[in-house]
Design a protein around this ligand. Structure first.
Ligand SMILES: Nc1ncnc2c1ncn2[C@@H]1O[C@H](COP(=O)(O)OP(=O)(O)O)[C@@H](O)[C@H]1O
Ligand SMILES: [Mg+2]
Length: 315
């Protein structure tokens, strides 16, 4: 940020170009602070090879469940100690509960803040690790939430990772917007939906949102797709079935797989144990493994594509 006027008339003629400014070490302009934060974010994120956000149009469709089990599936298939989860649901963080990490805190050491380490070495950062008690709500407007997410990305020492999954709250509000803007080189978004028509209407918004912001849609997962009665073995389509595949076809987006309703998924989550750890050979675990392979193939294909550099919109 070159100051061309009086030595002390800070940044009157500043052009905001901190990069090449010879005076930046003595500059107090708030723009320098933002520039430095942006540099930290870039450096921190450059250590993480792939960043994938999990979004949906509606709440309660299983985003967090999918994020946790997908992260575990990656860790179990060659990426142990190389996977992270950012729980970017500021108002309703649920990743720590699902991974049995409630009550833990982010660790500060030698001026750095470190994620909490979960099963299979998964590094987790969540608002939940910063709240004083179970009942504490976060009552924040958009800019504060964006700031928190920015700091989670720039100031936490994630270290080298192969995959960072970002679990987002429902809809197309502040948090998904912040994440997509703050990580311009994100690999893409995975969209979770339920098969019902009500969910399909809102999933279209999620796909349009990602596309408008230039985030590639890796694919759509249909969760809560059918239920096999444990007593008689009959399949009951409680929320219908096939809606996820249909919407993927309608929107020309890849379909990644269908996860059935399984009471064990719910009870395992409540006990803080990821379902697929205890049910490695179940059909549902196989669906997750299949999704891991599809995401790997997507990344492999993307590695061979010319990807235009997206405009940096960290402000
Ligand atoms: N396939 C499934 N079968 C049974 N329960 C599920 C399934 N997917 C999610 N759940 C349960 O549904 C509830 C909501 O899931 P969650 O992942 O928190 O949704 P979201 O993050 O989209 O709000 C949780 O209690 C979770 O355990
Ligand atoms: Mg959630």
């Amino acid at each position: 940020m070159e100051r061309r006027g009086e030595e002390n008339s800070m940044s009157v003629e500043c052009d905001g170009g901190c990069e090449s400014c010879s005076k930046k070490s003595e500059c107090n302009d708030p723009r320098r602070e933002r520039w430095e934060e942006k540099q930290r974010l870039k450096a921190n994120m450059s250590e993480i090879k792939h960043k994938i956000a999990v979004i949906s149009g509606k709440g309660g469709v299983g985003k967090s469940t999918v994020t946790v089990n997908l992260a575990i599936a990656f860790a179990m298939h060659g990426y142990a100690n190389r996977v992270g989860i950012l729980d970017a649901d500021i108002h309703g963080p649920s990743i720590p509960k699902m991974l049995g990490l409630r009550g833990q805190k982010l660790q500060a050491l030698a001026g750095m803040i470190f994620p909490v380490i979960g099963p299979l070495g998964i590094k987790v950062v969540s608002m939940d690790f910063l709240l004083p008690s179970d009942e504490s709500p976060v009552i924040w407007r958009g800019p504060l939430k964006m700031r928190a997410i920015q700091q989670f990305l720039s100031d936490i020492k994630w270290g080298g990772l192969d995959f960072l999954f970002i679990d987002l709250p429902p809809g197309t509000g502040d948090e998904p917007l912040s994440v997509i803007q703050l990580i311009p080189d994100m690999d893409g978004v995975v969209i979770v939906t339920m098969p019902s028509e009500v969910s399909q209407i809102v999933v279209k918004k999620a796909v349009a949102f990602a596309r408008q912001l230039g985030a590639p849609v890796i694919g759509i997962i249909e969760n809560m797709s059918g239920f096999i009665c444990p007593k008689c073995g009959a399949e009951v389509n409680i929320f219908k079935s096939g809606g996820g595949r249909k919407i993927a076809e309608d929107l020309a987006a890849p379909f990644l797989g269908s996860i059935p309703i399984d009471p064990e998924i719910c009870s395992y989550s409540d006990e803080g144990k990821p379902f697929i750890v205890g049910h490695q050979d179940s059909p549902t675990s196989k669906v997750f493994i299949d999704i891991v392979k599809k995401i790997e193939q997507y990344i492999e294909k993307r590695n061979h594509m010319e990807i235009p550099v997206k405009e940096d919109v960290c402000e």
